[in-house]
Design a protein around this ligand. Structure first.
Ligand code: FAD
Ligand code: EPU
Length: 341
């Protein structure tokens, strides 16, 4: 320990990745104050930045990991209708969402219960139930390892798209230290995503507040997705593929129940990877301890002692069969450590 920088030798990562993959890194650095980052990175320049480990597949063991513990929430600016809030990268995402709702700030309620940290939220532009975090992020502060300096990105600089950002393309360059969000004091609720209104009806709520939407999303998510505390997983293992509209129409002609969603331009559409994988017969499939959830075809699961390599092998075979059956390439969503897709 020096200046609050914690240095841990031989740290097990088993409880630090939601797949529950067994690996022990020789060095874990825990940074309580971002000002300690240069000192920490001098010890391990290539350390893997580890948040909640909920979007990672460890095929090999990182030589060092770096965790951020700063989780302070501060108001940067406010006016009648909006508030600009900065949150430290180490905060647990769901705790941050709940804290904003308690203070009467809305905008993140549809993103309730997504695992992981605030610092990871811009990395893949987290999204759920009709909202993507890019709609609320106004700035990201980070340490640039290539230039050895602090840097600040606007939302435009971040190049956000569906499950993507500039950070995913340069995965080891930036360490995000805090994120700024623009939230609403007067709620503009987003209830159109399939299932939300039905869940509110089950909850007997006619005129929902932002908290009620959060609760509805939490209830749907608990029903649909396996809990990593019960069975190891990283949520959706594949992104929903974006394909040319012509291909989507041809596939829809052959398979009228294929879910097809808009993808932001008339030239392309988003298909449901879960449906494609399910149709290829993979749901509930198991090879040893590596498997596909019996509840959701898009979720790979670790039944106990699967290795990252076994899960990756299964993922590759799933993708190959979807390519063969439907002519559609699907790509992984989590970061794969130690192998190329
Ligand atoms: P990690 O898994 O620790 O890291 C992921 C990547 O981000 C790594 O490359 C890591 O180096 C990098 N990273 C992490 N923190 C930083 C930082 N501070 N600076 C720079 N790089 C960093 N995602 C969704 O979008 N929508 C969902 O609905 C959703 N549901 C999920 C449900 C379950 C059950 C699970 C297990 C996962 C789900 N995910 C979902 C995926 C995951 O929760 C998100 O991608 C989340 O943002 C990952 O956060 P993390 O802190 O766990 O990141
Ligand atoms: N479906 C199947 N078989 C299944 C499951 C689903 O055919 O086993 C079909 C159903 O027709 C369903 C459709 O797939 O209507 C879509 O399923 P779901 O509503 O569960 O959404 P998804 O596309 O599988 C996406 C995100 C989730 C996010 C939810 C809610 C991706 C890759 N995944 O899942 O994000 O929580 O929508 O918005 O975009 C994650 O990124 O890790 C994640 C969990």
């Amino acid at each position: 320990m020096s200046n609050g920088l914690q240095v841990i030798r031989a740290q097990s990562l088993r409880t630090r990745n939601t797949f529950g993959i067994d690996a022990t890194t020789p060095l874990a650095l825990r940074v309580n104050d971002p000002a300690q980052l240069p000192e920490a990175l001098a010890m391990a320049p290539d350390a893997l930045v580890l948040g909640g480990g909920s979007n990672l597949l460890l095929v090999s063991t990182p030589d060092a990991v770096l965790e951020l513990a700063n989780d302070d929430i501060g108001v940067i600016a406010e006016d009648g209708d909006h508030v600009v809030v900065r949150c430290g990268a180490g905060a647990v995402w769901h705790d941050f969402v709940m804290a904003t709702l308690r203070r009467g700030w809305s905008g993140l309620e549809n993103l309730s219960l997504i695992p992981g940290t605030v610092g990871a939220s811009p990395i893949q532009n987290i999204g759920a139930y009709g909202v993507e975090v890019m709609e609320r992020i106004i700035a990201v502060d980070a340490w640039d390892r290539h230039e050895a300096r602090w840097t600040r990105f606007t939302a435009t600089d971040c190049a956000f798209t569906y499950r993507d950002s500039r950070f995913k393309h340069e995965p080891d360059r930036y360490v995000v230290t805090s994120v700024e969000f623009r939230l609403d004091r007067i709620p503009r609720l987003r209830l159109d995503y399939a299932g939300i209104r039905d869940e509110l009806a089950v909850m007997a709520i006619d005129t929902p507040a932002a908290n009620d939407v959060a609760e509805a999303v939490v209830r749907i998510r608990r029903r649909k997705l396996p809990d990593p505390a019960v069975i190891g997983n990283a949520g959706s293992f594949f992104k929903n593929p974006i394909v040319a509209t012509g291909l989507a129409e041809a596939l829809r002609g052959a398979h009228p129940d294929l879910p097809v969603f808009p993808a932001g331009s008339p030239d392309c559409c988003k298909l449901s990877a879960a449906w494609l994988i399910d149709r290829c017969g993979w749901k509930g499939h198991r090879d040893g301890d590596a498997g596909v959830s019996a509840g959701h075809a898009l979720v790979l699961v670790n039944h106990g002692h699967a290795t990252g390599a076994q899960l990756l092998d299964l993922a590759r075979r799933i993708a190959a069969s979807v390519q063969e059956c439907f002519g559609v390439a699907i790509e992984p969503e989590p970061r794969i450590i130690g192998a190329r897709w």
